[in-house]
Design a protein around this ligand. Structure first.
Ligand code: F0G
Length: 327
């Protein structure tokens, strides 16, 4: 039976017996060895498959804590500005808690799988005529008015939940990896990993944060964020861990994304491949153990896959025609 993230890490989270545990069985995601990437980069490369979370992205780790605390504090509705994944997670955990979710998403910039999910979970979805940053600013104001609890990663409970991925990695590897590579949008997740590493103490893994060069227009819509809310804490986390910031062209992200599916059998959304793309630019030390965080599922963004992968070939139900077409 899947243990909830809050139960697994209770002693390291800001919860008490009075906190209702709103869980969908998040966390405890697979750490998958990547033999082909390992060979290519002359390192031990592991992939933390965060798409295995209940809504298909790592956001569930933070959302179980944020929504549980919101309910404990009496909230009847949550609000979130999102490029899609946080929205789906907020909508799902709000549904589980029996409270309302208000989603503010930048119009026309959210992948279709994410919108479909949030709709199905029953969230109120508003398409904001503006950017993610503008939607976040509006969400903050609404939260200050007291009608909604804000569950963006500026909410510290989100980061508390997200830091647990580091604990799982270290537990499973039986020690600290040399480096952790992850996508960097708003920076909440990089900040959370920095927090997890510092709570563990000792020599931390180097954090390698991978951002899109053209932040405002990247094809990687999940990380299409011009002004990262956590820029300063990301800089601190990179400094403390002697890590690095890697800036990627869209082409590098898309290459790593397509290659991951074909060579390792993991189909993620484009943004989620940023950490893997960064292996090329900030190569691991020879023989180092490194973990790339694969943050969200490929089915979140079917249009990206359809635009990049070869289309199926039509054929009649005739064995000879099929044999011919399959050559
Ligand atoms: N990967 C995925 C799949 C994401 O959805 C996000 C952020 C990130 C990486 C970057 O994480 O922002 O903490 O640096 N998605 C947010 C959202 C912005 O609204 O779903 P970050």
């Amino acid at each position: 039976m899947a243990i909830s993230l809050i139960e697994r890490f209770r002693s390291r989270l800001p919860v008490t017996d009075a906190t209702p545990v709103i869980s969908l069985g998040e966390g405890s995601t697979p750490l998958v060895r990547a033999p082909r990437l390992s060979e290519r980069h002359r390192a031990e490369v592991w992939l933390k498959w965060e798409a295995a979370n209940p809504t298909g992205s790592y956001k569930d780790r933070g959302m179980t804590v944020a929504v549980s605390k919101a309910v404990e504090e009496g909230a009847e509705a949550v609000v979130v500005a999102s490029t899609g994944n946080t929205a789906s997670a907020a909508a799902a955990y709000a549904a589980k808690a029996g409270i309302r979710a208000l989603v503010l998403q930048p119009a026309g910039a959210v992948a279709s799988g994410k919108v479909a999910q949030s709709r199905m979970y029953g969230a109120t979805i508003l398409e904001v005529r503006g950017t993610f940053d503008e939607a976040l600013a509006a969400a903050r104001v609404l939260a200050e008015r007291g009608t909604h609890a804000l569950v963006n990663s500026v909410n510290p409970y989100r980061r508390e939940g997200q830091k647990t991925a580091v604990f799982e990695i270290v537990e499973e590897l039986g020690g600290m990896p040399d480096a952790i590579y992850l996508p960097y949008g708003g920076g909440g997740n990089t900040t959370s990993y920095g927090q997890g590493l510092s709570e563990l103490g000792g020599m931390p893994a180097r954090l390698i944060a991978a951002e899109a060069r053209d932040r405002a227009h990247t094809v990687a819509t999940a990380i299409r964020i011009a002004e990262p809310a956590h820029r300063e804490s990301v800089e601190r986390a990179l400094k403390t861990t002697e890590g690095a910031l890697v800036t990627l062209d869209d082409e590098a992200i898309l290459d790593a994304w397509a290659d991951l599916a074909r060579s390792e059998g993991l189909f993620c959304e484009p943004s989620s491949a940023a950490g893997i793309a960064a292996l090329v630019i900030e190569p691991p030390q020879p023989g180092a153990t490194v973990v790339c965080i694969v943050t969200g599922h490929g089915l979140k963004d079917p249009a990206a896959a359809e635009a990049h992968a070869p289309a199926p070939v039509p054929v009649d139900p005739d064995p000879d025609a099929i044999a011919e077409a399959a050559r």
